[in-house]
Each structure stands twice: as structure tokens, then as C-alpha cells.
Design a protein. Structure first.
Length: 165
């Protein structure tokens, strides 16, 4: 795939893709999602190594944590990259009174978010849902969605992304 093709498919400019490719800049979480969508692959395949053998272990210290540019949102894989082409599992952390906007994923992609602690105000298009510890939400992730922590302390969630293939 050429840079021009990827730029069209992902919505990321050719110049930005070139800078990422030549290691002149570090992409944001949002850009990585857009690139993965443009390539038609789960983000774990974009940032991790392929699975080897029938058993894979991911040590906490070996996880590649993705952080937003302002540092108020982070996503840490909870399963080794490439363990499944259809499902990814993450721990999300959102600082108090912060939010993170996610671009739409590829058509047919779904998410399930489980609140571990703190609060979650989940915005999917124009719909808003307030959740607390133990609550979960599932939605078609091929729409703009926002993870918002309206509380006064950091919140943690498990995020399961399910891809259609």
C-alpha cells in the first residue's frame, strides 16, 4: 500500500504518515487508531509482535502503554499482540475530569467497556450513558465515541474490542 493509499484510507495526511514512518515524530493514540483502521487491522497488530507458539504471556512491565499527548488518557494491552485477529483487550485509565475522543473504527467493530473503578460517561454519537463500578456498555465502535471521567479521581476500565473479519 502506498502512502497516498494509506492517507486516503486512514484520513491521516501523507506528510504525517511520512514523518511517522521515518521516526521524525511519535504518533498519538488517535493517529495509531486511524492508521490501523486504514490498514484494516487491529491496533495490536500495528504496534506489537505476532504471536508465536500456542501459549502467549504478556508481563505487565512488557506492555506498550499508549498515552494521549496531554497524558490524561492511557491504554495498556492486557493480552499479547496478535493473540487473536478478532479481539483485543485493554485497560484504560482516564484522569479525573478528563475525556478522550476516539475516531470511528472499521465498520463491524464493536466495543465492550467495563468500569473497574471511578465513573464513566460514555458518549457514542449523540447518546450519553453514565456508568459506575461494575457497569458495562457495548456499542458499535464504527462511530465517534468519547470516554469521559466526570469524577474527581482517576478511573479505570477494561475495554474489549471485537473486530469483524
Amino acid at each position: 500500500m502506498s502512502l497516498d493509499d494509506l492517507a486516503k484510507a486512514s484520513g491521516v495526511s501523507r506528510a504525517a504518515l511520512s514523518q511517522i514512518e521515518t521516526c521524525k515524530t511519535n504518533p498519538t493514540v488517535g493517529l495509531l487508531w486511524k492508521i490501523a483502521v486504514g490498514l484494516g487491522i487491529p491496533i495490536a497488530e500495528l504496534i506489537g509482535a505476532a504471536r508465536t507458539g500456542s501459549i502467549s504471556v504478556l508481563r505487565r512491565g512488557d506492555s506498550q502503554v499508549l498515552r494521549s499527548t496531554d497524558g490524561r488518557f492511557e491504554s495498556r494491552p492486557l493480552a499479547p499482540a496478535g493473540v487473536s485477529p478478532l479481539v483485543e483487550l485493554y485497560e484504560l485509565r482516564v484522569r479525573a475530569r478528563s475525556s478522550h475522543r476516539s475516531e470511528p473504527h472499521a465498520p463491524g467493530t464493536y466495543e465492550i467497556v467495563v468500569v473497574l473503578n471511578g465513573l464513566l460517561r460514555m458518549r457514542v454519537d449523540e447518546e450519553v450513558h453514565d456508568l459506575g463500578p461494575g457497569d458495562s456498555i457495548s456499542f458499535a465502535a464504527d462511530r465517534v465515541h468519547v470516554y469521559e471521567n466526570p469524577g474527581g479521581a482517576e478511573a479505570r476500565y477494561h475495554n474489549i474490542i471485537i473486530y469483524e473479519r
